[in-house]
Design a protein around this ligand. Structure first.
Ligand code: SAT
Ligand code: MN
Length: 590
């Protein structure tokens, strides 16, 4: 095997081995040039894989439909394949590496016959940053190439960086027959390898994202002393010009993109506050020379949930989707060849083509866009993108926030007592499931640090890694938990959310600066209602108090439930977490 783009023997061997297995008719080496990508878009349109949208209204935008059976991540078909089963832990699905390689090889053998294999060199993070890592993904999908070119930094600079024998993460993707019974998303953390077969849905096949930047990277981070987290990163600029950065972990489809791009309420804007987005999904975090935690977003675009995104909920995300974007499984408005999804406008157009390709009207009784329909938008299109987005050093974190979707129990916001207690707070996160993964929606489940589907090793060792990291950080960020999703007796959300979350961020940053008091409760520090700015909100202090209230009886029951949950981790559970749990229980009984 030779290539005009690289002499790296390991890359050439990986491509050779992949081609021998899948037997493509042709191999195309992606160089990242606009010319080559434009040709692939044209080809995708010809094969029907892509639909070109209205280029006046949506320049550079395309549309793609996945197979009906292939619309979300498949957690029960996602495996961590390390030598010892115990190292994958009780939360991950595990398969023996030899068995997994054999299974996938048998499935993929000859499956690229009649197809082209594309070789994508990509960097997670700015090429040359101390945070960054290179991946090579081979795939038989033009859709994957075009998405990777938005979501990551694709191009020959990756080969230059690798040189003749640099190492990289191997990613083999073959859509095969998109057969859900033979769909596997396999991770081999000990071999820096990912294999994905029989899917063509983003989260399963854009291998730089969840597979590499979280599952493989979390394992690398543990061994190399850094952290790969399912977190957005945002910066708040104060009226005096100072900037403060926050990273926040929420499960998929719980509003990370909306929080990352929030527009503060009017009176904050008038005072000169500004929020800028560094990332909306993944943070790679290291200890800086100053003893603080520094974070980068390893991605280069946004793979966001379309439904619910509109001019009010997230104008910045909407603006980002107006150019150079690939839409997946939304509806098409045939009147002007643009896109639509539930929540984009109050009133749906009279006629649409739905995500399945069927004629749709508002009376159809089904959703026009799939609930997990997505946009893949270049970060550069986001009006509030942080000037630090391409920083090689990243941004220093003042606060880390955890949050889930909880109708009850968890208050709007609380602060952990210290780092170790903060790790406990992250470890006990629970959230209602969403359409981002296959399976039932709205079921409460534990999702520690929003990493349940994304941790590449034993979850208790991951908690231990968090505890260990705390010992290395001289100036740790403060750790908080938020819950935007408290409901009243009629099932309505009590807190307005979206831009008004600025009011909670404001309290969080004041706590970091030490400029506001808080009430010590059984679970940690909770705001005094008077300290959350309610200007212009139309929410009474009494209502606010109701969602700040810590109900000891509920928390006592929660503590019992956490004890049950923790049992599966056995001896590997860090002592610090056991102690925090015991403190919680006894605090609730005081
Ligand atoms: O489908 S993805 O995993 O890429 C997005 C998500 O579920 O968070
Ligand atoms: Mn995510």
């Amino acid at each position: 095997m030779t290539s005009a783009l690289t002499k790296n023997q390991k890359v050439l061997a990986f491509v050779e081995e992949s081609a021998q297995l899948a037997q493509p008719d042709r191999i195309v080496w992606i160089d990242g040039s606009e010319e080559q990508l434009a040709a692939l878009r044209e080809e995708g349109v010809k094969t029907g894989e892509m639909i070109k949208l209205n280029q006046e209204k949506l320049p550079g935008c395309y549309y793609h439909r996945t197979a009906q059976n292939d619309v979300a991540r498949v957690e029960d078909r996602t495996f961590i394949c390390c030598k010892n089963k115990e190292d994958a832990g009780p939360i991950n699905y595990w398969m023996d590496p030899q068995e997994a390689y054999a299974l996938c090889r048998n499935i993929a053998r000859g499956k690229m016959k009649g197809r082209t294999m594309y070789v994508i060199p990509y960097s997670m993070g700015v090429v040359g940053s101390p945070f960054s890592k290179i991946g090579i993904e081979v795939t038989d999908s033009i859709y994957v190439v075009l998405n990777m070119a938005i979501m990551t930094r694709v191009g020959t600079a990756c080969y230059d960086y690798l040189g003749t024998d640099g190492d990289f993460i191997k990613g083999f993707h073959c859509k095969c027959d998109v057969d859900p019974e033979k769909r596997y998303i396999m991770h081999f953390p000990e071999d820096n390898t990912i294999i994905s077969v029989n899917s063509a849905y983003g989260g399963n096949v854009l291998l730089g994202k969840k597979c590499f930047a979280l599952r493989i990277a979390s394992y690398l981070g543990k061994n190399e002393g850094w952290m790969a987290e399912h977190m957005l990163i945002l910066g708040v600029t104060y009226p005096d010009g100072s900037k403060h950065y926050v990273a926040a972990a929420f499960p998929s489809a719980c509003g990370k993109t909306n929080l990352a791009m929030l527009i503060p309420p009017k009176h904050y804007l008038e005072k000169g506050y500004k929020v800028e987005c560094v990332g909306d999904d993944i943070a790679w975090i290291r200890v800086g020379k100053d003893g603080r935690l520094w974070a980068v977003n390893p991605e280069n675009g946004f793979f966001g949930v379309a439904p619910g995104t509109n001019e009010k909920s997230n104008p910045n995300a909407l603006a980002a989707t107006r150019q150079g974007t690939i839409f997946t499984n939304v509806a098409i408005d045939p009147a002007d060849n643009t896109v639509w999804w539930e929540g984009l406008t109050k009133q749906a157009p009279a006629r649409l083509i739905d995500w399945l390709g069927n004629e749709w009207t508002p009376d159809s009784g089904v959703k026009a866009a799939h609930p997990n329909s997505r946009f893949t938008a270049p970060a550069t299109g986001c009006p509030c993108l942080s000037p630090e987005f391409n920083s090689k050093e990243g941004v220093p974190l003042d606060a880390i926030i955890f949050g889930g979707r909880r109708a009850t129990t968890t208050p709007l916001v609380y602060q952990s007592r210290d780092w170790d207690h903060g790790v406990f707070v992250g470890s006990i996160m629970s959230s209602e499931t969403t359409a981002a993964a296959t399976g039932a929606v709205g079921v409460l489940r534990h999702d520690p640090m929003a990493m349940k589907p994304f941790c590449g090793y034993h979850m208790a060792d991951y908690f231990g890694h968090w505890i260990d990291m705390g010992k290395k950080i001289a100036n740790p960020p403060k750790i908080f938990n938020v819950n935007w999703f408290r409901q009243d007796a009629d099932g309505n959300f009590i807190w307005p959310g979206f831009g008004d979350n600025m009011r909670v961020l404001d309290w969080i940053l004041k706590r970091c600066a030490g400029t506001v008091e808080a009430k010590e409760t059984a679970i940690g520090y909770v705001p005094y209602a008077k300290d959350i700015d309610l200007t212009g909100l139309g929410l009474t202090e009494e209502t606010l108090e109701s969602i700040l209230y810590v109900d000891k009886a509920r928390w006592s029951a929660e503590a019992d439930e956490i004890a049950e949950y923790y049992k599966q981790f056995g001896d590997r559970l860090p002592q610090e977490l056991k102690e925090s749990l015991a403190t919680l229980k006894s605090n609730c009984e005081k």
